[in-house]
Design a protein around this ligand. Structure first.
Ligand SMILES: NC(=O)c1ccc[n+]([C@@H]2O[C@H](COP(=O)([O-])OP(=O)(O)OC[C@H]3O[C@@H](n4cnc5c(N)ncnc54)[C@H](OP(=O)(O)O)[C@@H]3O)[C@@H](O)[C@H]2O)c1
Length: 180
């Protein structure tokens, strides 16, 4: 099912598995946001309602991407916004992508937790930025299934070093690329 689609996920995760806090990212790394933008530009981004509204209003919907937003409630009442497709559940979102994705266009699953869980079965590529500290938060990234293998690891250089809790300075982030 959905073999016509290239479905990937992208996420940033702390060492303790945390990916979100009170509806926002628990950290601020502009360089990782640039990495996210360059990966997803031109694609379709699939997300839950909370993730959609966590994007600052000035940047929502994300430019140069089609947003598919999943909401059991709002999808039923949302009027159409340019480049935003509301869907009532993950299956409807996948069906919409299957019907509308252009040849070669990647479907990027961008969170949150329940959306990752629902889509993991169909995801063939995962791009994970490792945030090198334990973060405070309330949303945990679900474990990647064991059939995902790491295929490469790259670095994102930070423009200025960051010190975390009196620990060593961080001057780059590691990105892990997985395939199944
Ligand atoms: N670190 C990262 O890379 C990253 C990436 C993305 C998000 N985040 C963070 O993660 C947090 C958001 O994640 P989240 O898990 O709390 O929320 P979310 O998945 O973004 O949104 C949850 C909402 O999506 C809808 N939904 C989810 N599953 C559904 C289903 N099966 N059927 C119908 N609707 C469904 C529901 O909307 P309704 O309530 O409207 O029905 C639900 O309340 C934020 O803190 C965000 O900043 C982090």
């Amino acid at each position: 099912m959905y073999q016509n689609l290239q479905i990937a996920l992208v996420v940033a995760v702390a060492t303790n598995g945390i990916m979100g806090c009170k509806g926002q990212l628990p950290w601020h790394f502009p360089e990782d946001l640039k990495h996210f933008k360059s990966l997803t530009t031109g694609g379709i981004v699939v997300m839950g309602r909370v993730t959609y509204f966590s994007i600052p209003e000035d940047f929502r919907p994300l430019a140069e991407r089609t947003s598919v937003v999943i909401s059991g409630k709002l999808a039923k009442i949302s009027t159409s916004t340019h480049n935003v497709q509301w869907c009532t559940n993950p299956s409807e979102a996948l069906k919409w992508c299957s019907d509308n994705a252009k040849v070669g266009q990647t479907i990027w699953v961008i969170g949150g937790r329940r959306i990752f869980e629902a889509m993991l079965l169909f995801v063939t590529r995962a791009v994970i930025t490792r945030i090198p500290f334990a973060a405070k938060g309330d949303v945990i990234f679900p474990p990647l299934p064991v059939e995902f293998n790491i295929v490469k690891s790259t670095k994102i250089d930070l423009t200025a070093p960051v010190e975390v809790d009196n620990g060593p300075q961080i001057n780059h982030l590691v990105v892990e690329w997985y395939e199944r």
